[in-house]
Design a protein around this ligand. Structure first.
Ligand code: C5P
Length: 237
């Protein structure tokens, strides 16, 4: 596993900056990136993101912006100025919102990867119908991923089970960022549609979001090394 472009993004799902920094100090930025989501960012803010970057980590700022085009664009601009590696928006914000986000990032000095959330995996077909979206979750994921790609985004977040269908319709360099990853024998927890890291990469995932298998491990650095060892970089996109 080369250190140049780590495929593992460790989800820092912690309630405090101290807990996140404690783990970050144990991990190796050559072996993973890190994800900061809504809870941690709301509590610890840009200062924590800067601290993680100072430790050498690329940060995926997972705030899933979804607002009018101008507001979303300004939020993306702020994320770019913060220096993050990846930022995301909701594809359901529509083409103009995604294009505005793209334009804002393209104007920035530092340009994070801009990716979209398509359909939250927590939603089933009945709930989609209730908000006016007909068709299966997968139909909606494929349609929205196509929209995100045509709006100029760099990729989408998707479940391992959607990777194969997506790879048939998107360009080879379109990033597929996949949570729900569990090494064989590791407890699934509340994740239902899981894949092993090696399977997710072989099917065409670009980056794997891994939380508890690393964060809750007795030795997080060793758990991360084990996952990296499972991934054959030659297969990675
Ligand atoms: O601990 P675990 O590996 O399940 O953590 C997965 C991470 O990916 C969490 O931060 C979770 O919020 C995120 N995620 C997910 N499923 C999605 C989208 C994001 O598990 N569909």
């Amino acid at each position: 596993m080369t250190a140049a472009d780590p495929r593992i993004i460790v989800a820092l799902d912690f309630p405090t900056a101290d807990a996140a920094l404690y783990l970050a100090n144990v991990l190796d930025p050559a072996q993973c990136r890190v994800k900061v989501g809504k809870e941690l960012f709301t509590r610890a803010g840009p200062v924590l993101v800067e601290q993680l970057q100072q430790l050498g980590f690329d940060v995926f700022l997972d705030l899933k912006y979804h607002d009018i085009p101008n507001t979303t664009a300004q939020a993306c601009r702020a994320a770019a100025e913060l220096g993050v590696w990846m930022v995301n928006v909701h594809a359901l914000g529509g083409r103009r919102m995604m294009e505005a986000a793209r334009e804002a990032i393209d104007k920035a000095v530092h340009r994070p990867l801009l990716i979209a959330v398509t359909i939250l995996t927590s939603l089933d077909a009945d709930e989609l119908c209730e908000v006016g979206l007909s068709g299966s979750p997968e139909d909606n994921v494929l349609r929205l991923a196509g929209l995100a790609e045509s709006a100029g985004l760099d990729g989408v977040v998707c479940s391992p089970r959607e990777v194969v269908a997506l790879r048939k319709i998107v360009a080879g360099d379109f990033r597929l960022v996949t949570p729900g990853v569990r090494p064989a024998g590791v407890v699934a927890g509340d994740q239902k549609r899981i894949a092993t890291p090696e399977t997710a990469i072989r099917l065409g995932a670009s980056y794997l979001v891994v939380g508890r298998p690393v964060t809750q491990a007795e030795n997080p650095l060793a758990a991360l090394a084990d996952i990296n060892a499972l991934i054959d970089i030659k297969q990675a996109r």
